[in-house]
Design a protein around this ligand. Sequence first.
Ligand SMILES: Cc1cc2nc3c(=O)[nH]c(=O)nc-3n(C[C@H](O)[C@H](O)[C@H](O)COP(=O)(O)OP(=O)(O)OC[C@H]3O[C@@H](n4cnc5c(N)ncnc54)[C@H](O)[C@@H]3O)c2cc1C
Length: 344
Amino acid sequence: MQAEPTHTSTPPRSDVLVVGGGPAGLHAAFYAGWRGLSVRLLEARGELGGQLMALYPDKTVYDAPGRPQTRAADLVRALEDQLAPLGVDVRTGEVARTLEPDGEGGWVVSTDQRSYEAGAVILAAGLGALLPREARVPGVEAHPDVRTDLPDPAELAGKRVLVVGGVPQATRAALELADAGAEVTLTHRRAGFRGETGELARLEELRSNGRVRVFAPAVLQGLTPQGAELTVNGESVHIPADTILVLNGYLPDLSPLQGWPLEWDGEYVPDGQGGETSLPGVYVVGDLARSGKDFKLLSLAFAQAAIAANHAAHHVRPDLKVRPGHSSERGGYPVGGEERAPSR
Ligand SMILES: Cc1cc2nc3c(=O)[nH]c(=O)nc-3n(C[C@H](O)[C@H](O)[C@H](O)COP(=O)(O)OP(=O)(O)OC[C@H]3O[C@@H](n4cnc5c(N)ncnc54)[C@H](O)[C@@H]3O)c2cc1C
Protein backbone atom coordinates (compact mmCIF):
# COMPACT_ATOMS: atom_id res chain seq x y z
CA MET A 1 0.00 0.00 0.00
CA GLN A 2 1.22 3.47 -0.79
CA ALA A 3 2.16 5.43 2.31
CA GLU A 4 0.90 9.00 2.66
CA PRO A 5 3.77 11.47 2.27
CA THR A 6 4.70 13.01 5.60
CA HIS A 7 5.87 16.51 4.86
CA THR A 8 8.55 16.81 7.48
CA SER A 9 10.19 19.74 5.74
CA THR A 10 10.11 21.48 2.40
CA PRO A 11 13.58 21.80 0.96
CA PRO A 12 14.23 24.70 -1.39
CA ARG A 13 12.91 24.40 -4.93
CA SER A 14 15.50 23.19 -7.42
CA ASP A 15 15.69 24.04 -11.09
CA VAL A 16 15.76 20.35 -12.01
CA LEU A 17 14.71 17.22 -10.17
CA VAL A 18 16.08 13.93 -11.48
CA VAL A 19 14.20 10.76 -10.53
CA GLY A 20 16.56 7.78 -10.56
CA GLY A 21 20.26 7.50 -9.78
CA GLY A 22 21.31 5.02 -12.46
CA PRO A 23 23.72 5.97 -15.25
CA ALA A 24 21.09 8.00 -17.12
CA GLY A 25 20.08 9.93 -13.99
CA LEU A 26 23.68 10.53 -12.91
CA HIS A 27 24.65 11.89 -16.30
CA ALA A 28 21.47 14.00 -16.57
CA ALA A 29 22.21 15.46 -13.13
CA PHE A 30 25.78 16.14 -14.21
CA TYR A 31 24.71 17.93 -17.37
CA ALA A 32 22.04 20.03 -15.68
CA GLY A 33 24.56 20.94 -12.97
CA TRP A 34 27.15 21.68 -15.64
CA ARG A 35 24.76 24.18 -17.17
CA GLY A 36 24.76 25.92 -13.81
CA LEU A 37 21.31 24.77 -12.69
CA SER A 38 20.46 23.71 -9.15
CA VAL A 39 19.79 19.98 -9.24
CA ARG A 40 18.29 17.42 -6.87
CA LEU A 41 18.36 13.66 -7.50
CA LEU A 42 16.12 11.06 -5.87
CA GLU A 43 17.09 7.40 -5.77
CA ALA A 44 14.96 4.64 -4.28
CA ARG A 45 17.91 2.47 -3.26
CA GLY A 46 20.45 3.21 -0.57
CA GLU A 47 23.17 3.63 -3.19
CA LEU A 48 23.55 5.15 -6.63
CA GLY A 49 24.29 3.28 -9.85
CA GLY A 50 20.97 1.71 -10.86
CA GLN A 51 21.21 -1.69 -12.52
CA LEU A 52 25.00 -1.52 -12.53
CA MET A 53 25.24 -1.59 -8.74
CA ALA A 54 22.09 -3.58 -8.00
CA LEU A 55 22.39 -6.28 -10.66
CA TYR A 56 25.95 -6.52 -11.97
CA PRO A 57 28.54 -4.48 -10.04
CA ASP A 58 31.16 -7.18 -10.49
CA LYS A 59 30.75 -7.66 -14.26
CA THR A 60 33.04 -6.12 -16.87
CA VAL A 61 31.43 -3.72 -19.33
CA TYR A 62 33.21 -3.42 -22.69
CA ASP A 63 31.08 -0.88 -24.55
CA ALA A 64 30.91 2.11 -22.21
CA PRO A 65 32.13 5.19 -24.11
CA GLY A 66 35.79 5.89 -23.48
CA ARG A 67 36.30 3.00 -21.07
CA PRO A 68 37.49 -0.05 -23.00
CA GLN A 69 36.97 -2.50 -20.13
CA THR A 70 35.50 -1.37 -16.87
CA ARG A 71 33.82 -3.02 -13.94
CA ALA A 72 30.27 -1.75 -13.63
CA ALA A 73 30.94 -0.55 -10.07
CA ASP A 74 33.99 1.43 -11.25
CA LEU A 75 31.95 3.11 -13.97
CA VAL A 76 29.44 4.20 -11.33
CA ARG A 77 32.25 5.60 -9.19
CA ALA A 78 33.50 7.59 -12.18
CA LEU A 79 30.01 9.00 -12.80
CA GLU A 80 29.75 9.95 -9.12
CA ASP A 81 33.20 11.59 -9.21
CA GLN A 82 32.19 13.62 -12.25
CA LEU A 83 29.06 14.79 -10.44
CA ALA A 84 30.71 15.56 -7.11
CA PRO A 85 31.94 19.12 -7.78
CA LEU A 86 28.51 20.32 -8.91
CA GLY A 87 26.74 20.41 -5.56
CA VAL A 88 23.83 18.19 -6.60
CA ASP A 89 21.49 17.42 -3.69
CA VAL A 90 21.47 13.60 -3.82
CA ARG A 91 18.78 11.86 -1.76
CA THR A 92 19.03 8.07 -1.61
CA GLY A 93 16.44 5.79 -0.02
CA GLU A 94 13.51 7.87 -1.32
CA VAL A 95 10.95 6.53 -3.78
CA ALA A 96 9.27 9.19 -5.92
CA ARG A 97 5.56 8.39 -5.70
CA THR A 98 3.51 11.30 -7.03
CA LEU A 99 3.87 14.11 -9.57
CA GLU A 100 1.62 17.16 -9.50
CA PRO A 101 1.76 20.61 -11.11
CA ASP A 102 2.90 23.30 -8.65
CA GLY A 103 0.59 25.91 -10.17
CA GLU A 104 3.56 28.01 -11.32
CA GLY A 105 4.66 26.05 -14.37
CA GLY A 106 6.80 23.61 -12.39
CA TRP A 107 6.23 20.32 -10.61
CA VAL A 108 5.98 18.81 -7.15
CA VAL A 109 7.31 15.30 -6.67
CA SER A 110 6.49 13.59 -3.39
CA THR A 111 8.16 10.67 -1.67
CA ASP A 112 7.13 8.97 1.58
CA GLN A 113 9.40 11.42 3.39
CA ARG A 114 8.67 14.84 1.84
CA SER A 115 7.75 16.87 -1.25
CA TYR A 116 10.13 18.52 -3.66
CA GLU A 117 9.41 21.40 -6.02
CA ALA A 118 11.29 21.80 -9.29
CA GLY A 119 11.09 23.77 -12.48
CA ALA A 120 11.67 20.61 -14.57
CA VAL A 121 11.70 16.88 -13.87
CA ILE A 122 13.90 14.34 -15.63
CA LEU A 123 12.61 10.80 -15.28
CA ALA A 124 15.52 8.37 -15.31
CA ALA A 125 13.79 5.51 -13.55
CA GLY A 126 15.01 2.70 -15.81
CA LEU A 127 13.11 -0.52 -15.26
CA GLY A 128 11.60 0.89 -12.08
CA ALA A 129 12.64 1.28 -8.47
CA LEU A 130 15.10 -1.52 -7.74
CA LEU A 131 13.66 -2.74 -4.47
CA PRO A 132 14.99 -5.70 -2.45
CA ARG A 133 13.41 -9.09 -3.04
CA GLU A 134 11.26 -10.41 -0.22
CA ALA A 135 12.92 -12.57 2.41
CA ARG A 136 11.55 -15.95 1.33
CA VAL A 137 13.05 -18.24 3.96
CA PRO A 138 11.26 -20.79 6.12
CA GLY A 139 10.12 -19.45 9.50
CA VAL A 140 10.84 -15.83 8.53
CA GLU A 141 8.19 -14.56 10.93
CA ALA A 142 9.85 -16.36 13.88
CA HIS A 143 12.85 -14.02 14.11
CA PRO A 144 12.34 -10.46 15.40
CA ASP A 145 14.89 -8.70 13.13
CA VAL A 146 14.95 -9.90 9.53
CA ARG A 147 15.97 -7.33 6.92
CA THR A 148 16.28 -7.37 3.15
CA ASP A 149 18.69 -4.46 2.68
CA LEU A 150 21.90 -3.48 4.43
CA PRO A 151 21.33 -0.64 6.89
CA ASP A 152 24.17 1.64 7.96
CA PRO A 153 26.70 -1.01 9.11
CA ALA A 154 27.49 1.06 12.22
CA GLU A 155 23.92 0.36 13.40
CA LEU A 156 24.82 -3.34 13.69
CA ALA A 157 28.23 -2.90 15.36
CA GLY A 158 28.68 -5.43 18.17
CA LYS A 159 25.69 -7.50 16.99
CA ARG A 160 25.63 -11.07 15.75
CA VAL A 161 24.54 -10.81 12.12
CA LEU A 162 23.72 -13.67 9.76
CA VAL A 163 23.97 -12.66 6.09
CA VAL A 164 22.10 -14.99 3.73
CA GLY A 165 22.83 -14.81 -0.01
CA GLY A 166 25.43 -15.16 -2.75
CA VAL A 167 24.83 -11.89 -4.62
CA PRO A 168 27.50 -9.15 -4.65
CA GLN A 169 25.53 -7.20 -2.02
CA ALA A 170 25.82 -10.15 0.38
CA THR A 171 29.61 -10.25 -0.01
CA ARG A 172 29.85 -6.50 0.44
CA ALA A 173 27.50 -6.56 3.44
CA ALA A 174 29.62 -9.23 5.16
CA LEU A 175 32.79 -7.16 4.66
CA GLU A 176 31.26 -3.85 5.72
CA LEU A 177 29.63 -5.37 8.79
CA ALA A 178 32.86 -7.08 9.84
CA ASP A 179 34.69 -3.75 9.42
CA ALA A 180 32.02 -2.04 11.52
CA GLY A 181 32.59 -4.53 14.37
CA ALA A 182 29.67 -6.92 13.89
CA GLU A 183 30.09 -10.65 14.48
CA VAL A 184 29.31 -11.90 10.97
CA THR A 185 28.25 -15.27 9.60
CA LEU A 186 27.71 -15.56 5.84
CA THR A 187 25.80 -18.40 4.25
CA HIS A 188 24.64 -19.35 0.77
CA ARG A 189 23.07 -22.43 -0.75
CA ARG A 190 25.83 -22.64 -3.36
CA ALA A 191 29.58 -22.87 -2.78
CA GLY A 192 30.59 -19.54 -4.37
CA PHE A 193 29.93 -15.88 -3.72
CA ARG A 194 29.79 -13.02 -6.23
CA GLY A 195 31.64 -9.75 -5.88
CA GLU A 196 34.56 -7.72 -7.12
CA THR A 197 37.89 -9.59 -7.19
CA GLY A 198 39.28 -7.54 -4.30
CA GLU A 199 36.15 -8.09 -2.23
CA LEU A 200 36.28 -11.84 -2.75
CA ALA A 201 39.96 -11.91 -1.77
CA ARG A 202 39.17 -9.91 1.36
CA LEU A 203 36.30 -12.24 2.22
CA GLU A 204 38.67 -15.18 1.98
CA GLU A 205 41.14 -13.38 4.24
CA LEU A 206 38.47 -12.64 6.87
CA ARG A 207 37.19 -16.21 6.63
CA SER A 208 40.65 -17.68 7.14
CA ASN A 209 41.44 -15.47 10.13
CA GLY A 210 38.04 -16.23 11.67
CA ARG A 211 36.57 -12.72 11.46
CA VAL A 212 33.74 -13.92 9.22
CA ARG A 213 32.27 -17.42 9.54
CA VAL A 214 31.25 -18.84 6.16
CA PHE A 215 28.89 -21.76 5.54
CA ALA A 216 28.53 -22.51 1.82
CA PRO A 217 27.05 -24.60 0.43
CA ALA A 218 24.49 -24.82 3.20
CA VAL A 219 20.75 -25.34 3.40
CA LEU A 220 18.85 -22.80 5.46
CA GLN A 221 16.32 -24.99 7.26
CA GLY A 222 14.56 -22.15 9.00
CA LEU A 223 14.71 -19.18 11.30
CA THR A 224 14.08 -19.37 15.03
CA PRO A 225 13.59 -16.52 17.51
CA GLN A 226 17.28 -16.85 18.39
CA GLY A 227 18.82 -17.25 14.96
CA ALA A 228 18.81 -19.85 12.20
CA GLU A 229 19.21 -23.57 11.64
CA LEU A 230 21.47 -24.64 8.77
CA THR A 231 22.35 -28.03 7.36
CA VAL A 232 26.01 -28.16 6.37
CA ASN A 233 27.42 -31.40 4.95
CA GLY A 234 24.42 -33.26 6.37
CA GLU A 235 24.97 -31.86 9.90
CA SER A 236 22.67 -29.40 11.70
CA VAL A 237 24.30 -26.15 12.73
CA HIS A 238 22.60 -23.51 14.91
CA ILE A 239 23.63 -19.93 14.16
CA PRO A 240 22.71 -17.48 16.93
CA ALA A 241 21.88 -14.10 15.38
CA ASP A 242 20.47 -10.76 16.58
CA THR A 243 19.88 -9.65 12.99
CA ILE A 244 19.36 -11.65 9.83
CA LEU A 245 20.00 -10.02 6.45
CA VAL A 246 18.41 -11.92 3.59
CA LEU A 247 20.01 -10.45 0.46
CA ASN A 248 18.60 -11.96 -2.71
CA GLY A 249 19.08 -9.10 -5.14
CA TYR A 250 16.55 -6.59 -6.40
CA LEU A 251 13.39 -6.56 -8.46
CA PRO A 252 12.31 -3.52 -10.49
CA ASP A 253 9.02 -1.90 -9.52
CA LEU A 254 7.49 0.68 -11.88
CA SER A 255 4.22 0.89 -9.95
CA PRO A 256 5.15 4.05 -7.98
CA LEU A 257 5.35 5.92 -11.31
CA GLN A 258 2.54 4.32 -13.26
CA GLY A 259 -0.14 6.48 -11.64
CA TRP A 260 1.59 9.67 -12.79
CA PRO A 261 -0.45 11.75 -15.25
CA LEU A 262 1.89 10.88 -18.13
CA GLU A 263 1.35 9.11 -21.41
CA TRP A 264 2.61 5.53 -21.07
CA ASP A 265 3.24 2.80 -23.62
CA GLY A 266 3.39 -0.36 -21.53
CA GLU A 267 6.51 -0.07 -19.42
CA TYR A 268 7.89 2.84 -21.46
CA VAL A 269 7.25 6.57 -21.48
CA PRO A 270 7.08 8.01 -25.03
CA ASP A 271 9.74 10.67 -25.63
CA GLY A 272 10.11 13.45 -28.18
CA GLN A 273 13.39 14.55 -29.77
CA GLY A 274 14.46 16.55 -26.74
CA GLY A 275 13.35 13.81 -24.36
CA GLU A 276 10.02 15.58 -23.67
CA THR A 277 7.13 13.53 -22.32
CA SER A 278 3.47 14.46 -22.74
CA LEU A 279 3.88 16.94 -19.85
CA PRO A 280 5.68 20.28 -20.30
CA GLY A 281 8.95 20.38 -18.39
CA VAL A 282 8.96 16.62 -17.73
CA TYR A 283 11.59 14.62 -19.65
CA VAL A 284 12.42 10.92 -19.85
CA VAL A 285 15.81 9.29 -20.47
CA GLY A 286 17.49 5.88 -20.34
CA ASP A 287 15.77 2.51 -20.25
CA LEU A 288 12.39 4.07 -19.44
CA ALA A 289 12.31 6.14 -22.66
CA ARG A 290 10.39 4.47 -25.47
CA SER A 291 12.76 5.62 -28.23
CA GLY A 292 15.49 3.36 -26.88
CA LYS A 293 13.42 0.27 -26.21
CA ASP A 294 15.55 -1.80 -28.61
CA PHE A 295 18.81 -0.30 -27.33
CA LYS A 296 18.90 -0.56 -23.58
CA LEU A 297 22.50 0.57 -23.50
CA LEU A 298 24.66 2.88 -21.48
CA SER A 299 25.79 4.77 -24.61
CA LEU A 300 22.24 5.68 -25.46
CA ALA A 301 21.34 6.51 -21.85
CA PHE A 302 24.21 9.00 -21.68
CA ALA A 303 23.22 10.64 -24.97
CA GLN A 304 19.56 10.90 -23.98
CA ALA A 305 20.60 12.33 -20.60
CA ALA A 306 22.69 15.07 -22.21
CA ILE A 307 19.93 15.99 -24.68
CA ALA A 308 17.15 16.09 -22.07
CA ALA A 309 19.21 18.00 -19.49
CA ASN A 310 20.03 20.71 -22.03
CA HIS A 311 16.39 21.01 -23.07
CA ALA A 312 15.43 21.16 -19.39
CA ALA A 313 18.01 23.93 -18.91
CA HIS A 314 16.38 26.03 -21.62
CA HIS A 315 12.92 25.21 -20.24
CA VAL A 316 13.64 26.51 -16.73
CA ARG A 317 15.97 29.28 -17.84
CA PRO A 318 14.88 30.49 -21.31
CA ASP A 319 17.95 32.77 -21.34
CA LEU A 320 20.10 29.61 -21.57
CA LYS A 321 20.40 28.15 -25.05
CA VAL A 322 19.56 24.48 -25.56
CA ARG A 323 22.99 24.02 -27.12
CA PRO A 324 25.52 23.68 -24.34
CA GLY A 325 28.68 24.52 -26.28
CA HIS A 326 31.86 22.54 -25.71
CA SER A 327 33.05 21.78 -22.22
CA SER A 328 36.64 21.90 -23.46
CA GLU A 329 36.20 25.59 -24.26
CA ARG A 330 34.89 26.44 -20.86
CA GLY A 331 37.85 25.75 -18.62
CA GLY A 332 36.25 24.51 -15.43
CA TYR A 333 33.23 23.44 -13.48
CA PRO A 334 30.60 26.09 -12.74
CA VAL A 335 31.39 25.91 -9.02
CA GLY A 336 29.24 28.45 -7.26
CA GLY A 337 26.96 28.35 -10.27
CA GLU A 338 28.21 30.80 -12.86
CA GLU A 339 25.04 30.34 -14.90
CA ARG A 340 22.94 29.75 -11.82
CA ALA A 341 20.02 31.95 -10.90
CA PRO A 342 16.75 31.12 -9.20
CA SER A 343 14.25 29.64 -11.62
CA ARG A 344 11.56 31.99 -10.31
C1 LIG B 1 23.09 -7.89 -16.24
C2 LIG B 1 23.11 -6.64 -17.11
C3 LIG B 1 24.25 -6.35 -17.84
C4 LIG B 1 24.28 -5.21 -18.67
N1 LIG B 1 25.41 -4.95 -19.39
C5 LIG B 1 25.47 -3.85 -20.18
C6 LIG B 1 26.63 -3.58 -20.98
O1 LIG B 1 27.59 -4.35 -20.97
N2 LIG B 1 26.61 -2.46 -21.77
C7 LIG B 1 25.56 -1.59 -21.80
O2 LIG B 1 25.62 -0.59 -22.51
N3 LIG B 1 24.43 -1.83 -21.04
C8 LIG B 1 24.37 -2.94 -20.25
N4 LIG B 1 23.23 -3.19 -19.51
C9 LIG B 1 22.11 -2.24 -19.61
C10 LIG B 1 22.34 -1.00 -18.74
O3 LIG B 1 22.68 -1.38 -17.42
C11 LIG B 1 21.07 -0.15 -18.74
O4 LIG B 1 20.78 0.23 -20.08
C12 LIG B 1 21.25 1.08 -17.85
O5 LIG B 1 21.44 0.70 -16.51
C13 LIG B 1 20.03 2.01 -17.97
O6 LIG B 1 20.26 3.08 -17.12
P1 LIG B 1 19.05 3.90 -16.47
O7 LIG B 1 19.70 4.94 -15.62
O8 LIG B 1 18.10 4.28 -17.52
O9 LIG B 1 18.27 2.85 -15.56
P2 LIG B 1 18.67 2.04 -14.26
O10 LIG B 1 20.08 1.59 -14.33
O11 LIG B 1 17.61 0.98 -14.14
O12 LIG B 1 18.54 3.07 -13.07
C14 LIG B 1 17.28 3.57 -12.71
C15 LIG B 1 17.33 3.96 -11.24
O13 LIG B 1 16.12 4.64 -10.91
C16 LIG B 1 15.68 4.24 -9.64
N5 LIG B 1 14.24 4.47 -9.55
C17 LIG B 1 13.27 3.89 -10.29
N6 LIG B 1 12.06 4.33 -9.92
C18 LIG B 1 12.28 5.22 -8.93
C19 LIG B 1 11.41 6.01 -8.15
N7 LIG B 1 10.08 5.99 -8.31
N8 LIG B 1 11.96 6.82 -7.20
C20 LIG B 1 13.32 6.86 -7.02
N9 LIG B 1 14.18 6.10 -7.74
C21 LIG B 1 13.66 5.31 -8.69
C22 LIG B 1 16.05 2.77 -9.57
O14 LIG B 1 16.12 2.30 -8.23
C23 LIG B 1 17.39 2.76 -10.30
O15 LIG B 1 18.47 2.92 -9.40
C24 LIG B 1 23.17 -4.33 -18.71
C25 LIG B 1 22.02 -4.62 -17.94
C26 LIG B 1 21.99 -5.76 -17.16
C27 LIG B 1 20.76 -6.06 -16.32
